[in-house]
Design a protein around this ligand. Structure first.
Ligand SMILES: Cc1ncc(COP(=O)(O)O)c(C=O)c1O
Length: 404
């Protein structure tokens, strides 16, 4: 993959028509190092967030050796990593996929949230004696921007039977949960760990692992989470206060927090109608979260051969390239008021759940991928004054737009 110092270099060299996905693996390396240094347990990377080889390699180089995979295809992507351990933490799996994970890739760690799934894992592995079973608990997701609690998790009241059955059949027993993605309040982890403790007491079982899941946040315009250090302090404190700390290993499964900063996308403006920009990327592409979850990603205009940095910022909404009217990203996205056809819009913070969500709908899925060495638009790991100022400007401009 070609390397460029900056996005301007990409544009000058490629003059791209199709959207260009820019990887910043150095940011994934930085995030991984931070987690490995600051989390008092094992760090599993949730591959679903960004399965690009360039990001996976960066995380591995930084020292990540545990990977949460949801499917055989994701396993294939990480299977060449030496000394790595793979976990299948998707609570509902096809029996054939369980068997492939166990027999072909050596996966021993599986999560379940009901008796039928436990039975399925046992049967698909030939009632193996070396399984590590994680019981996934339903926990409060109210502090997250992307709740995941409706689909998975056994409620506390029903958890004792499942924990006891898993204990009887597993070499090692774990309890896991997910507080929801982009969790804005570290106290959500304390609540969830307290609930896990109650489940362990009710079932009267010993657990070998407590898995606090993913959910660690990234910075987006108007959304500045507390420093990640606060999250670690709360988790470590709550773990110490729980029975699990007597003999259990602590693990976490960050996806977004390790790779959100590691990707941006350069798309071009094909038409402007008032404050609506028609772009070459949209809801069926890397802007899925901007459309369906109304995420306001940071944006920057690039104009080849001219400088429009001084123009006043104003709020825009985006339409994507497909014929579908739900291909719409409301924003508002703050861009120079003179932006128009032929200008490029770089959308930042798309490293998590950006490229991995792209579809081939209407044939708009191809474009070059490059590596860029500059800094991301926002960072949880390198938050200097300049970035703080940019973020503050964006928030002010956003507020002004909303009050118009
Ligand atoms: C089982 C599991 N672990 C980890 C993650 C990663 O979550 P996040 O990206 O919020 O850190 C997810 C996300 O859906 C998940 O389903």
């Amino acid at each position: 993959m070609d390397y460029y110092h900056s996005v301007n270099g990409v544009l000058a060299d490629l003059e791209p028509v199709e959207p260009v996905f820019c990887h910043r693996p150095h940011t994934a390396r930085r995030a991984a190092k931070w987690f490995l240094d600051n989390f008092q347990g094992d760090v599993l990377y949730a591959v679903k967030a960004n399965p690009s080889p360039v990001v996976l390699d960066a995380l591995y180089e930084a020292g990540v050796r545990h990977f949460d995979v949801a499917s055989p295809k994701e396993l294939e992507r990480v299977s060449s990593f030496k000394d790595a351990r793979f976990y299948n933490m998707n609570p509902v799996k096809h029996p054939r996929h369980i068997a492939i994970s166990y027999f072909d890739y050596g996966v021993r760690d599986f999560s379940v949230d009901c008796m039928d799934e436990l039975d399925k894992v046992l049967r698909a592995t030939g009632h193996a004696k070396d399984l590590n079973i994680f019981v996934r608990l339903a926990v409060n997701n109210n502090s997250s921007m992307l709740p995941l609690d409706r689909k998975y998790g056994v409620p506390l009241l029903d958890s004792a039977e499942l924990l006891m059955a898993a204990r009887l059949n597993a070499a090692k027993l774990g309890v896991c949960f997910h507080v929801g993605s982009q969790c804005m309040d570290p106290e959500a982890y304390r609540q969830a760990i307290t609930l896990a403790n109650q489940a362990i007491v009710r079932a009267g079982v010993l657990v070998d692992t407590l898995d606090v899941g993913g959910g660690f946040p990234s910075a987006y315009p108007g959304v500045q989470p507390l420093e990640l250090g606060h999250y670690m302090n709360v988790i470590h404190e709550a773990f110490e206060d729980s029975l699990a700390s007597d003999n259990a290993r602590l693990i976490c499964e960050p996806g977004r927090a390790l790779c959100a900063e590691a990707g941006s996308l350069i798309t071009s403006v094909t038409l402007r109608k008032d404050n609506y920009l028609y772009l070459t990327e949209g809801a069926y592409g890397a802007l899925f979260d901007a459309a369906h979850l109304k995420f306001k990603f940071p944006v920057q205009m690039h104009r080849v051969g001219a400088n429009s940095e001084q123009a006043k910022l104003t709020g825009f909404s985006f339409y994507g390239p497909t014929c579908d009217s739900i291909d719409y990203m409301p924003g508002p996205f703050m861009l120079p008021e003179d932006i128009g056809i032929g200008d490029y819009v770089e959308v930042g913070m798309l490293g998590a759940y950006g490229q991995s969500m792209r579809t081939a709908f209407n044939g708009f899925h191809e474009g070059p991928e490059v590596i860029v060495g500059d800094e991301p638009m926002h960072s949880m790991y390198n938050f200097d004054q300049e970035q703080e100022d940019v973020l503050a400007d964006n928030v002010l401009a956003l507020e002004a737009h909303l009050s118009e």
